[in-house]
Design a protein around this ligand. Structure first.
Ligand SMILES: [Zn+2]
Length: 417
């Protein structure tokens, strides 16, 4: 007896519609199911996908745009300065309320796996405490990973070394670094070595903010890849942003992509935020602000898409909808081919899962946890176009969210008869 049967679902790579049978929170059957379930949902040909994966967000900074003041220049540096002011007044309750509000939005948009960076430059580690509590509270249904992120650097801000260790002891899943923001090139390299040493000591993943700058001389991606090879940490390592790569000359890019592929590290791109934050210096010609998504993908590198900030001093918009981030990637990376658009969906699902190292529990397969999302749309193209909320979001067999599709009654048809 199935607890839940989802009928007439359009699965990727399947022509026929399928039924999915769920019992005890696990996918038991995929095919044509003749028995009756305790609960049934008819997808009517709508797509069923594994849950969306948000591989890069900052839940500690969300919903703070305009407080204490608006980022009028829109630049990264003004954003960092405003956040420095705002973070001096944060409390556990403040972070918790804002983060939970955003997680509920993400849930409605089908996101059940979230990797959040948390700034650990605060001596009291207030935001970290708040998010670790939320992580534990929501763990039965939503998987939150926490990256200890030293916003002010590790070598430039030596106090952050102890705070990083404390954050790892408290339970952060991954450790970060921001080499391009250290005082010198050498300091940047040293900060990465320290980051890798701590990851090895505490057996954690790594997620570096890497080359998030319009300076083509910022070349830390090769250092991250090289350390990932030497330490054997390989696919446990991710590099976010990598914007400077778009400005590197072709011979170097080709060499770099080979190193990245060999290292097996993940690249996480954030097209919404980067499109407005980067390329602020030049009047003309103006870059697109993002890393070379298509070239990396074609070169065999695992690329995932993050939504990143939501209403913060760094980005004054955002909804938590991963399809919105994919939509922006389609535009900026010029990925409008059918295979290319399918790939952008991979970048917010299976490729994100690979970056988060959750593949063992992730995916629409018999024997895996029954966590998946039902969309009204029947094709990838429509999903990217409409960016609708999910009809249903199901985690381990439990329906966590149901949304009613919006409908417009076109009265013009009657009037113009
Ligand atoms: Zn970010």
């Amino acid at each position: 007896m199935f607890d839940l049967i989802v009928r007439n679902a359009k699965l990727l790579d399947c022509e026929d519609l399928k039924d999915i049978g769920v019992a005890n929170g696990v996918i038991q059957e995929i095919g044509k199911i003749s028995s009756i379930g305790k609960e049934e949902i008819d997808c009517k040909g709508g797509m069923v996908l594994p849950p969306f994966v948000e591989s890069h967000i900052h839940l500690d900074t969300v919903l703070t745009a305009g407080n204490p003041r608006w980022n009028q220049s829109g630049t990264l540096i003004e954003g960092i300065n405003i956040w420095s002011e705002r973070k001096s007044s944060i409390t556990v309750e403040d972070v918790r309320t804002r983060a939970l509000s955003v997680i509920h939005k993400q849930l409605a948009y089908g996101c059940l796996y979230i990797r959040s960076h948390v700034d650990i430059s605060d001596p009291k580690l207030t935001a970290l405490k708040a998010l670790l509590e939320l992580k534990e509270q929501l763990a039965p249904f939503i998987n939150i990973q926490i990256v200890a992120f030293p916003q002010d650097g590790i070598i430039s801000c030596p106090d952050n070394q102890q705070r990083l260790e404390e954050a790892l002891r408290m339970g952060a899943d991954a450790i970060g670094a921001i080499p391009h923001n250290e005082y010198t090139r050498e300091d940047g390299v040293e900060s990465l070595k320290l980051c890798f040493r701590l990851a090895e000591k505490y057996n954690r993943m790594i997620n570096v903010f890497c080359d998030e700058t319009d300076d083509e001389h910022s070349r830390y991606l090769e250092v991250v890849a090289s350390l990932a090879i030497k330490t054997g940490l390989a696919r446990k390592v991710s590099a976010s942003h990598a914007n400077a790569m778009a400005l590197y000359p072709a011979p170097y890019v080709n060499r770099l992509i080979n190193i990245l592929k060999d290292s097996e590290i993940n690249i996480i791109t954030c097209p919404l935020v980067s499109s407005v934050m980067q390329s602020r210096y030049e009047e003309w010609p103006k870059g697109r602000g993002i890393t070379l998504i298509k070239k990396l993908w074609k070169g065999g590198v695992n690329v995932s898409i993050g939504h990143d900030d939501i209403l913060t001093p760094f980005y004054p918009l955002g909804t938590g909808n991963m399809l919105q981030a994919a939509h922006m990637a389609v535009h900026l990376a010029q990925m409008t081919g059918l295979e290319e658009m399918n790939e952008t969906i991979n970048m917010i699902t299976i490729r994100g899962a690979k970056a988060l190292q959750i593949e063992a529990e992730y995916g629409l397969e018999i024997g895996k946890p029954a966590s998946f999302i039902l969309l009204s749309e029947k094709t990838i193209v429509d999903a990217i176009r409409y960016q609708s909320k999910c009809r249903y979001v199901i985690s381990r067999g439990k329906i966590l969210c149901e949304s009613v599709p919006s409908h417009s009654n076109i009265l013009l048809k009657k009037i113009s008869k």
